[in-house]
Design a protein around this ligand. Structure first.
Ligand SMILES: Cc1cc2nc3c(=O)[nH]c(=O)nc-3n(C[C@H](O)[C@H](O)[C@H](O)COP(=O)(O)OP(=O)(O)OC[C@H]3O[C@@H](n4cnc5c(N)ncnc54)[C@H](O)[C@@H]3O)c2cc1C
Length: 480
């Protein structure tokens, strides 16, 4: 049995992992980048392919450029979109969400990031299955797994960066500790699936397919507790899929006496799209059809353990209302790499020594996600009729967009307290929205005061937990 020594081991060569490895290697560290896929399939999440909607805001792409000087173009940026539009269940109202961006050619994009890591000096090991951590004296001391030849292998390092995605085996095998959760609650996870199709245009209808915008359909019957999406790709090709929350799906099926699954709902979503005629699976790289999970909660409260940094989906980073996890994965990967470089300068690999990473990520992206988690829980408690009404009456498009960015439209909402709202359930929903906005503000403030030191973490965490529990108890899923 051999045990190779590195400064940093990056587990998972997806978005977060490749960038973490690139930054750490660029900073002069000896880096091993491990991934279970073959080289030509780098970043593939599961046997079902790269499974993603692949939409990402331009600002996130610019973030990579600003940190690593890498520029992107076609083919990895498959199409440019003006933005994301969220449609109400009755399709009458549209609100913009995030700004201009791209729908990626994901396999090509991933390959480019991994190439960058190799260029900066990381040692890339494809077909390496990471099986678990080596823990010594309550510190990560490396990982063990199986290499290309199926041989048991141990690699050692001062820092392990966990970028294994949502099913990470490393986070799940952390020692019992008061910082990083090992388990994520199932009600905070969406089951998702998508197709990539070429199709004939039956007739134009921008509510169902818009070559210039990424469309999101909110509809509790089509995709209970989640949403459907139609994202344009080059030519007449789409990335089309849905996400559902299991609990909401069960409630919806019971109420409608149906036995729908993610799979049947996905197919209905495609069939019910009046623009898409004669869909043909675009199965390049065997990536035409796939299923996977996305966590839609705030990122884990702490992203570090002794000798351990987590980035991307392994830390439940996707945006709680859009499930957009590409941006957070890119940002956190870069910041985890930067932390690794700093830790080698200080020689301190403890939780406290690597604490700055929590603060950096919080400031760049994480500070808004607890508030957005509350907003997501609220949305999951509304039926289609109330969502229609709310999108029409409660918020202007600008206010809705503000919320999607985690900004709080407090003043204007307060002035709306006097608007006439029809129906008791709508009144309740409006009052609940005001409660949500208040809670979002409070949580944003709590996150603005993210503890500067590990010593203050337990107390802060209790405060966040109490706020979240109160909000979640108030909004049980109620899709119909
Ligand atoms: C259906 C669906 C649609 C989505 N749509 C969007 C969208 O439109 N926009 C958006 O921003 N986000 C979207 N997301 C979320 C986004 O895809 C993820 O947030 C993103 O891929 C996270 O990147 P990552 O690098 O953290 O993890 P991953 O992309 O999951 O990469 C992890 C890597 O680690 C490897 N790995 C895992 N376990 C092991 C192991 N034991 N040993 C070795 N290697 C291993 C994997 O094979 C993979 O290469 C969607 C997700 C899904 C499922």
């Amino acid at each position: 049995m051999s045990a190779e020594q590195y400064d940093v081991i990056v587990a998972g060569s997806g978005l977060a992992g490749s960038l973490a490895a690139a930054v750490a290697a660029k900073g002069g560290l000896k880096v091993a980048l491990l991934d279970r896929n073959k080289e030509e399939e780098v970043g593939k999440k599961t046997n079902w392919g790269w499974v993603c909607g692949d939409a990402v805001a331009d600002s996130h792409i610019q973030f990579i450029k600003s940190k690593l000087g890498i520029t992107f173009d076609y083919p990895e940026l498959d199409v440019k979109v003006d933005g994301v539009l969220v449609l109400s269940p009755d399709l009458e109202y549209k609100v913009p969400f995030e700004g201009a961006g791209y729908v990626l050619n994901r396999p090509v994009f991933e390959a480019k990031l991994t190439k960058a890591a190799i260029k900066f000096g990381a040692t890339y090991m494809p077909q390496f299955e990471v099986e678990g951590p080596i823990i010594e004296n309550n510190y990560f001391a490396g990982i063990f797994g199986k290499d290309k030849g199926m041989q048991h292998k141990e690699l050692r390092a001062k820092i392990v960066i966990d970028a294994l995605g949502v099913a990470t085996t490393l986070r799940r095998k952390l020692p019992e500790n008061p910082y990083v959760d090992r388990v994520v609650d199932i009600s905070d996870v969406e089951s998702t699936g998508r197709y990539i199709y070429d199709f004939d245009v039956d007739h134009e209808d921008p509510k169902f397919y818009d070559p210039k915008n990424a469309l999101i359909h909110l509809n509790q019957e089509w995709s209970p507790g989640g949403y459907g999406w139609v994202f344009p790709k080059k030519g007449t090709r789409v990335n089309i899929g849905i996400g559902v929350q299991k609990q909401s799906l069960d409630i919806r099926n019971k109420a409608l006496n149906k036995k729908d699954t993610l799979h049947t709902l996905m197919d209905q979503y495609v069939q019910n799209n009046p623009v898409i005629k004669n869909p043909r699976l675009f199965n390049e790289n065997n990536n035409g059809k796939g299923y996977w999970s996305v966590a839609v909660r705030r990122q884990l409260d702490c992203l570090t353990f002794n000798g351990y940094l987590g980035a991307g989906d392994s830390m439940a980073m996707p945006n709680p209302i859009s499930a957009g996890g590409i941006g957070p994965a890119l940002i956190s990967g870069i910041m985890a790499g930067e932390q690794a470089v700093r830790s080698f300068q200080s020689g301190d690999f403890s939780v406290q020594g690597m604490w700055q990473y929590n603060l950096d990520y919080n400031q760049e992206y994480g500070r808004k996600t607890a508030g957005l988690e509350v907003f997501r829980t609220y949305l999951q408690s509304l039926n289609n009729e109330t969502i229609n009404y709310g999108m029409k009456v409660f918020l202007t498009a600008k206010e809705a967009e503000d919320i999607s960015y985690g900004r709080i439209p407090e003043l204007s909402l307060a002035s709306k307290a006097k608007i006439i709202i029809q129906g008791v359930s709508n009144m309740n929903a409006f009052n609940n929205l005001r409660y949500v906005i208040k809670k979002m503000k409070l949580l944003n403030e709590l996150y603005d005061n993210y503890p500067k030191s590990v010593n203050d973490f337990a107390k802060w965490r209790e405060m966040v937990k109490a706020e979240m529990e109160e909000a979640k108890a108030r909004f049980p899923p109620n899709p119909l």
